[in-house]
Write a protein that binds this ligand. Structure first.
Ligand code: GCU
Length: 675
């Protein structure tokens, strides 16, 4: 049995203590209410009191107590020794239960405390495939799918009728533990399968697979989490046997309507569909000369009758770009494809936008659509799985980067134009906006490959919920809940590693906003020119004189024009562009002087030397932690730190040698660069 990392009974029960609980006003027909009851008895080891007077933990369902517009809000107050948790839904009370445990464990104030989620939709997107693999997964096989016998962890007892070709793993204990773990950080939606919907996955929307999805949806539903499925836009052809998937063809919309009605008959609380259309080779409405609006709204119609959503991805770009044509710019794609459609999507369509204009890089500006689309529901997409961020080998606590993004000022003419504030404000229905994160879990014992990568999953949920959370406060919570024995210098060591790790990774992989110098396809390890003469539109344009992408309007691709004026002006000029994003917006000579007084080439050399030094320091710091956390976790990270060092050394030497050869400029400090 796998224990969820920060909700292990061993850790939690002593914190909860022997409590006697009493629940007021909940209808136990509600699966979440029933779950609260079971959690208290079975998981937290509390007992039920005969009446309120005998209880020291009281749950009160009170619909008037909290702001109705934010589902899930709860209040905790104490009356003597008695803790009262109030909420306006059963799910809010469940959040209150986990919130109380967390605050108690972390020594935070619990007397008269109100907690309101910042984002309405707090979603995890799995890129799990029905063969058991996970696209961009670095923590073992899928926890949902897996062909029989393909994984030693598989526990098939829960699906006694499971046949050889059944793609569902059926490890319901693991799914339950996962659902608890997600609910404990406030997640309320999940997509079970990869956005690239191939093979058997196309059939998840119909029987017999739909029956299996219903079982999983039932488990997640007990924890207040709505299940979504990714669908293939060509399903009417591939699953339905029609000759077209044209969204304006009557037989196509009739087919989807039947599918949707049937899904809701099996799963009344079904969330809806997640769709990657006309992107990276996936089918979509444009194949039929139709628009994204035609496609999304066609699916939205039948879903709206059941309260379902269409989450339509804005990750649409030409992946057959000609590298020879310097005027083309992939960064402009999302905006160009969608800005003209603002206001045309149905109320139950949510446009899911990657946080940056390229693709989950360690250094990117915000996607200009955010704050510009004012009549469309947006969901901002983050990638918890570390595809471009070290793949859960290299330690990379990404919250500093994400929080910089959620606090990014879009300069939209609003009172508060930060990303986290404009998303629920500039939309059709704020309940249909939020954040999504691509999952980083798998069947590995520690869930996330690298034990320290758990903090990114934990942090994603906390970031969606708490607008004031900082990278440090989130990390502190995670450390306390995961390694309760960790104190003093050892705890400081973990903290130091984690809080500097995102910058360290950036230092040796992505100087000043240049990305994608990775091995093509794999996306781990250095390959300076791996994507330079390719069709994917991700170039650095280094030559003997300089490096970077000119995205200005005066001499470049004109991408800067997509931002609100204040940002447009800032990024149009190198002098006002922050160094961190300098080469994202400008092509500059190697002797360009940065704000800190260094030349560009000297920065490239120094950041790479520094990156390796930092990883060496992490190896030393990690030794302080030995013996204070479970040995398996310690070794898991210690091994990965060695691999990270080898990775960082390779990055340093290849990048420094490459740019030394290109520029002919020696390192001012005379450090070793292989000529
Ligand atoms: C990245 C990733 C793909 C993924 C795509 C997406 O490009 O490498 O594996 O399918 O993003 O977000 O759709």
């Amino acid at each position: 049995m796998f224990e969820p990392m920060w909700l292990s009974p061993k850790v939690i029960r002593p914190i909860v203590g022997t409590r006697r609980f009493y629940i007021e006003g909940l209808d136990f027909q509600d699966p979440v209410a029933a779950r609260i009851y079971r959690e208290l008895l079975d998981f937290f080891g509390a007992s039920q009191a005969a009446d309120r007077q005998c209880a020291d933990l009281v749950f009160i369902m009170n619909s008037a107590a909290l702001p109705a517009e934010r589902d899930g809000a709860y209040r905790i107050h104490t009356e003597g020794d008695c803790v009262c948790i109030e909420g306006n839904t059963a799910t809010a009370l469940l959040y209150g239960l986990y919130g109380w445990v967390r605050r108690k464990a972390c020594g935070q104030q619990i007397d008269d405390f109100e907690s309101v989620p910042n984002q309405a939709l707090r979603m995890i997107d799995h890129w799990d495939q029905t063969d058991g693999s996970v696209e961009r997964g670095y923590a073992g096989e899928s926890i949902f799918f897996g062909v029989l016998g393909s994984n030693s962890h598989a526990d098939f007892r829960n699906f006694p009728d499971r046949r050889q070709d059944d793609p569902f793993r059926g490890d319901l204990a693991r799914v339950t533990a996962y659902a608890r773990l997600l609910a404990s950080i406030g997640i309320n939606a999940i997509a079970l399968n990869n956005v690239n919907v191939r093979g058997e996955a196309k059939k998840l929307i119909v029987e017999p697979y739909l029956d299996r999805v219903a079982v999983l949806a039932d488990i997640f539903g007990q924890f207040g989490i709505r299940v979504f499925l990714s669908v293939n836009f060509a399903s009417p052809i591939d699953v339905g046997g029609l000759s077209t998937a044209d969204p304006l063809a009557d037989e196509v919309s009739a087919w989807w309507e039947k599918i949707v009605d049937n899904v809701y008959q099996r799963i009344p609380a079904f969330g809806g569909f997640l769709v990657k259309a006309d992107a990276e080779g996936e089918p979509g409405p444009m194949r039929y000369g139709r628009t994204h609006v035609d496609g999304a709204n066609m699916l939205a119609r039948p879903l709206s009758r059941h309260g379902g959503l269409v989450i339509w991805r804005a990750f649409v770009y030409d992946c057959n770009q000609d590298w020879r044509d310097r005027s083309l710019d992939r960064a402009k794609s999302a905006y160009e494809n969608f800005i003209g459609l603002d206001g045309l999507f149905a109320e139950n369509v949510v446009l899911q936008v990657k946080f940056g204009p390229i693709d989950f890089q360690v250094s990117e500006p915000a996607n200009p659509l955010i704050g510009r689309m004012t009549h469309t529901n947006l969901m901002i997409e983050f990638q918890i799985t570390a595809e471009y961020l070290g793949q859960q080998i290299d330690v990379n606590y990404v919250l500093p980067q994400w929080l910089a993004m959620t606090n990014w000022d879009t300069c939209a003419p609003q009172v508060d134009a930060r990303v986290k504030a404009v998303v629920p404000k500039l939309c059709l229905v704020s309940a249909h906006t939020g954040f999504a994160g691509v999952s980083n879990v798998g069947m590995d014992d520690n869930w996330t490959g690298n034990t320290l990568a758990q903090a990114n999953l934990y942090g994603f949920g906390r970031m969606c919920w708490d607008p004031d959370a900082t990278a440090g406060s989130i990390l502190d919570e995670w450390m306390t809940l995961t390694f309760p024995g960790l104190r003093g210098p050892a705890r400081e060591a973990v903290s130091e590693i984690m809080l500097t790790s995102n910058k360290t990774f950036k230092n040796y992989t992505a100087p000043l906003g240049v990305g994608f110098m990775v091995k093509p396809g794999l996306h781990y390890g250095v390959d300076v020119n791996g994507y330079e003469y390719d069709r994917w539109g991700t170039y650095h344009f280094a030559d003997r004189d300089g490096i970077g992408v000119d995205r200005t309007q005066s001499t470049g691709t004109g991408f800067t024009a997509q931002y609100h004026q204040a940002l447009e002006e800032r990024f149009e000029h190198a002098e006002t562009t922050p160094d961190d994003l300098l080469l994202f917006f400008h092509h500059l000579p190697y002797d360009h002087v940065l704000h800190d007084g260094q030349t560009l080439i000297q920065h490239i050399y120094s950041s790479h030397f520094e990156g390796v030094k930092e990883v060496e320091r992490y190896i030393t710091l990690w030794k302080k932690v030995k013996g204070l956390i479970p040995q398996a976790d310690w070794e898991n990270v210690a091994d990965r730190l060695q691999a990270q060092k080898a990775d960082a050394v390779e990055w340093r030497d290849q990048i420094n040698t490459y740019f030394h050869r290109m520029s002919g400029v020696p390192d001012r400090l005379g450090r070793k660069i292989y000529a």
